[in-house]
Design a binder for this molecule. Structure first.
Ligand SMILES: *Cc1c(COP(=O)(O)O)cnc(C)c1O
Length: 431
């Protein structure tokens, strides 16, 4: 397996791009190797610049729920592009996208589209503070809500991957004042949550309802219901960050799957169909506080971009109940194949395979992972070695223990079985 061209590009990239990449996890440092430069994608497979082919389980970190270069998504993008790439004025597609989202998520009446999930969480925080007149934000350790200053404290995803996840604030350059306005609570710890909320009633409790940025760590029984009650009792807004779970785990996202209503919903990834997009949604009474309907400022030169809107709409329109049932089946099959692969290599005791429809994580842990502390205690070196073994066998996993696998509707059973074979061999190699 040649890597000559990827090496060459990485050396060149490192001279003009910090660390050679435009988002940290892509560098693959936490699995102890250099990044792989990609050339193209087709369905569930990607080709790198050296001609190596992989079954892809990153799928752009979630947006590509239909796989790479889906013909309908491409057609929607090229038709939109032919009409003009950006206007800085409203277009009909933006209304269709807002209507489609509101139709799917019961708690959402109105939608403001942004260019990223980060912007949407930033706006959610500003709006929650304006609506409540409070400042404090409560977030969960290991949750990631984009690279917003006040939300980087003990964040998951690339922050955890790079810094070990223990620093607070977890990036230099975040002011002590911004970090001090955020209270961090361990996920799945209701007592800690109640205590934090009582001590200083916050503007918002922000949560990933199915946290997937410390690996996938589902809520314990009763956790989500309690989250809603605790927010209501204290007058805080419940902001559910569905950037990953939205439009992936069910037609109406985690709110449908877990029967919970958010006050504000943060969205991104799948809704942009592989182009830059995010959104904030909620009831009119809150959303109309945003400018120009209200006074809370929020804007974006490329917000509601016609290409992103077209890609998002094309993706969402193919996601009916049958598609979600199929994705759930693909995920379940992959989870069971990976567990069998571990068993066949005598590694079943060493790993936990966590999954919900559309998301999965293989934790190198001897006991179930229920918090960021549990995730951080995983055998990260073994995970790294296993991932290197997968890559050498044509399977591209998320290159960090603190990220989820993103199976797509394009993954075929043959690809899943090849994945299982590679996984078994890579487990063997760890012995
Ligand atoms: C990816 C992600 C974000 C940030 O979205 P960007 O588009 O990368 O800014 C926010 N929240 C969650 C849960 C995410 O997974």
């Amino acid at each position: 397996m040649s890597e000559a061209r990827s090496r060459e590009l990485y050396a060149r990239a490192a001279k003009s791009i910090p660390g050679g990449v435009n988002s940290p996890v892509r560098a693959m440092r936490s699995i102890g190797r250099d990044p792989i430069f990609l050339q193209r994608g087709e369905g569930a497979e990607i080709l790198d610049v050296d001609g190596n082919r992989y079954v892809d389980y990153v799928c752009s970190w979630g947006p590509l729920i239909h796989g790479h270069a889906h013909p309908r998504v491409l057609a929607a993008i090229s038709q939109a592009a032919a009409r003009g790439t950006s206007f800085g004025a409203p277009t009909e597609g933006e209304i269709e996208l807002a209507e489609e989202i509101a139709d799917r998520i019961g708690s959402v009446e109105m939608v403001r589209t942004t260019s990223s999930g980060t912007e949407a969480s930033m706006t959610a925080i500003r709006l929650a503070r304006a609506a409540t007149g409070r400042t404090r934000i409560v977030k969960f350790a290991g949750a990631y809500h984009g690279h917003v200053d006040g939300l980087l404290a003990e964040a998951g995803s690339g922050v955890a991957t790079g810094a070990g996840g223990s620093a607070r604030p977890s990036s230099p350059g975040v002011s002590a004042a911004a970090a001090a306005e955020t209270t961090i609570v361990p996920w799945n710890d209701l007592r800690a949550l109640s205590a934090a909320v009582e001590a200083d009633p916050p503007a918002a409790i922000i949560a990933e309802p199915l946290p997937a940025n410390m690996g996938l760590v589902a809520p314990r029984e009763g956790m989500i219901e309690a989250l809603r009650q605790i927010a209501d009792r204290s007058g805080a807004l419940l902001v559910l960050d569905e950037v990953i779970s939205g439009f992936r785990v069910a037609r109406g996202g985690a709110q449908e799957l877990l029967s919970v209503r958010a006050d504000l919903t943060v969205m991104g990834k799948v809704m942009g169909g592989g182009l830059p997009a995010g959104a904030l949604g909620g009831p009119a009474r809150l959303m109309e506080m945003l400018a120009p309907a209200g006074e809370v400022y929020q804007a974006g030169t490329l917000s509601g971009n016609p290409l992103a809107v077209a890609a998002g709409l094309a993706s969402l329109r193919m996601l009916d109940e049958a598609a979600y049932a199929r994705l759930a089946g693909i995920t379940e099959r992959l989870a069971s194949l990976l567990a069998q692969a571990a068993a066949s290599a005598g590694a079943r005791e060493r790993v936990q395979v966590a999954s919900v429809p559309g998301l999965l994580t293989v934790f190198f842990s001897e006991s179930p992972v229920q918090s960021f502390a549990d995730a951080a205690a995983c055998d990260l070196a073994a995970y790294g070695a296993w991932c290197r073994g997968l890559l050498a066998r044509g399977v591209y996993p998320p290159p960090s223990q603190f990220e989820a696998w993103f199976p797509s509707l394009a993954h075929t059973d043959d690809q899943l079985q090849r994945t299982a074979q590679a996984a078994a061999e890579a487990f063997e190699e760890l012995r």
